[in-house]
Design a protein around this ligand. Structure first.
Ligand code: B12
Ligand code: SF4
Length: 543
């Protein structure tokens, strides 16, 4: 029997992490989602072809039985163009990833099917439906994956010589924090789910690289679990880096083990040097008074610190840019990235800003953390964008590079230089006009795959999505309407489900179309009040 062909595509994006290239290489391969999807496709029946448009052109003539497109918000428009092109040629298209998961009805205008959230538990059904010519609407699992027995990502599909970082290994999904601007807890839950240690190690041993990035939202999310992984990594000749939060990165035992098991860099979302700002966006875990000592401590173990900061919070005024950049230089951060706050659809920040009509542009291309798409509270959009550029210029100025270069200690100088060169080049070539042009709001409201536990936050989402129903209290993923609703997206010959047909919540559901909320006049901003600051309950999101 002929193997069917699935063509998986990562659309091009003009992002700081993928745009600059040195020696024909991008800094990151943004392909973790597609490699996971490829891993879950049965090899005995399907051949998988992978295209990352950031480094290679798409072959629109490739004869495929299915095209699968992954998209974050900033490249979903390009994803839609690609989907439209393939569908016009009669090739069925499925989409997944963060943006289609939050806005499935929008995506369904361009593709046949959308996977909401994780793909592993629904791909089989989707492929069965494809085989019967019935693949359409939304597919979502009725539970989060327990993460044991996850299929191995198909690393062999990557063009290895085109990326600096090409191996992303996940040891967990979810995050305990719940920051208002972040999609992670609404996609993967507030509870951290872990893969069995032996499965992580099997992946490390078979990924074909001795340099890996641990792709967790917060690898140091709990005190004991990362230590088990690090003990198991010791002695394997692997060097690794990971994204972590600041609290447990202070723990000496954690850092000792990290260094002993090959850690070279920790990326930490510090976000702001103002505690009040951090509290306002629910990043309680960060305490700015500890940041400088933390960097020094991490350095003492020979590990670099990649600091992630964000500008444009309501507490930020125009002094924030130089204060932050100089703080970073003086505290000897190794690498820094400065993002413009972006109200990603479906996050709390989105609902809060949307409610008071602060979002100016809904052009998803501009949702890349470099354009300003909303009205900042204490400065103009221009000031925000220009201030961000100035912070990059200050931090990556020659004098700063010379001052921060790790002449002493055991941090890796080559890795330090590569990251500083990429970030300097990326920031210098990123000269977008300051403020995005106003555009019409989308006619569908984003709905997070998982509702927040905090009552007011849930209510804010339910208010926005126009659902008057009772708020579920047990963390059950929200299914607002479980009948198939694909009228605008039906392909010729397809029949919508009968009205009132029993929903199959586990696999094939569609959200009803929601009315966008009425915009609130700008002057009423203070009536809405500041961002919520209470702590989220640390409970399980699993249904
Ligand atoms: C690690 C990480 C990175 C890494 C690697 C990213 C990667 N894609 O490999 C790096 C550092 C490169 C990165 C960069 C950026 N990131 Co990032 N990143 C993450 C993080 C923490 C994990 C992503 C990941 O690897 N998950 C593991 C895989 C297995 O999960 P997944 O991608 O969700 O895929 C599953 C499903 O979605 C689905 N699926 C995915 N694609 C498809 C396709 C099909 C056809 C199907 C059927 C299913 C399907 O199946 C997969 C398996 O279950 C997420 C947080 C999150 N919750 O997603 C942020 C996140 C994705 N990043 C984000 C952002 C903003 C960025 C940057 C724009 C930041 C910047 N200023 O440059 C850049 C963009 C770079 C780029 N061109 O992609 C945002 C995106 C928000 C949004 N709505 O778009 C997130 C959600 C964090 C946040 N702030 O909320 N990121
Ligand atoms: S700590 Fe990081 S991953 Fe977790 S919710 Fe906050 S920003 Fe998102």
């Amino acid at each position: 029997m002929r193997h069917r062909v699935v063509h998986l595509i990562n659309p091009k994006t003009d992002s700081l992490t993928t745009r600059p290239q040195y020696l024909n290489r991008a800094l990151y391969s943004p392909l973790a989602g597609l490699l996971a999807v490829a891993g879950a496709i049965p090899r005995d029946r399907y051949e998988v072809v992978l295209t990352d448009e950031n480094i290679e052109p798409i072959d629109f003539n490739l004869k495929a039985d299915l095209v699968g497109i992954s998209a974050m918000t900033s490249y979903v428009n390009r994803g839609y163009e690609i989907a439209d092109t393939f569908r016009a040629r009669g090739v069925p298209v499925a989409m997944g990833g963060i943006h289609p998961s939050f806005m499935p009805q929008e995506a369904l205008k361009h593709c046949d099917a959308v996977v909401i959230g994780e793909a592993e538990l629904v791909l089989e059904k989707l492929l069965d439906d494809l085989g019967q010519g019935q693949m359409r609407g939304t597919y979502r699992a009725d539970r989060l994956h327990p993460l044991d027995g996850l299929p191995m990502p198909r690393y062999e599909l990557i063009k290895r010589n085109r990326y600096v970082n090409r191996t992303f290994v996940q040891t967990s999904r979810g995050c305990h924090q719940g920051c208002t601007f972040c999609a992670e807890p609404l996609m993967n839950g507030l509870k951290i789910r872990y893969r069995p240690v032996e499965e992580v190690i099997r992946e490390v041993e078979n990924c074909g690289s001795r340099t890996i990035s641990i792709n967790d939202a917060d690898f140091f999310g709990t005190p004991e679990r990362p230590k088990e992984i690090m003990r198991a990594l010791k002695g394997r000749g692997v060097s690794w880096q990971a994204g972590v939060t600041s609290k447990l990165a202070q723990d000496d035992r954690m850092l000792e083990l990290a260094a002993a098991s090959g850690c070279t860099m920790l990326s930490i979302g510090f976000e702001s040097i103002s505690r009040d700002t951090l509290k306002s966006v629910h990043k309680h875990v960060n305490r700015p008074e500890t940041f400088a000592a933390l960097v020094e401590k991490v350095h003492s173990y020979g590990i670099m610190v990649f600091g992630l900061f964000m500008f444009g919070f309501d507490g930020d005024d125009p002094s924030v840019f130089q204060q932050t950049a100089w703080f970073n230089i003086e505290a000897d951060f190794d690498v820094c990235a400065y993002s413009v706050l972006t109200p990603y659809p479906g996050t709390l920040t989105w609902y809060e800003m949307k409610k008071v009509d602060r979002i100016i542009s809904f052009d998803w291309d501009k949702y890349d953390q470099a354009n300003v798409v909303y009205r900042p509270a204490q400065m103009s959009g221009d000031a925000l964008r220009l201030g961000q550029i100035a912070a990059y210029e200050t931090f990556y100025a020659r004098l700063s590079l010379a001052r921060r270069f790790p002449l002493r200690g055991t941090r890796r100088r080559l890795q330090w230089s590569i990251y500083n060169l990429f970030m300097k080049k990326g920031a210098a070539t990123d000269r977008k006009s300051a403020v995005a042009e106003p555009t019409e709001a989308p006619d569908v409201v984003p709905v997070p795959p998982i509702l927040p536990l905090k009552r007011e936050w849930r209510q804010a989402i339910l208010d926005a999505t126009g659902d008057p129903g009772e708020i579920p209290r047990d963390g059950t993923p929200l299914v607002l309407a479980a009948t198939h609703q694909a009228s605008e997206t039906e392909r010729p010959g397809q029949q919508p489900a009968a009205p009132g047909a029993a929903p199959d919540r586990g696999r094939h559901t569609g959200f009803a179309r929601h009315q966008p909320p009425a915009a609130v006049p700008a002057g009423e901003l203070d009536r809405y009040g500041p961002a919520p600051t209470e702590t989220l309950a640390k409970a399980d999101h699993l249904p």
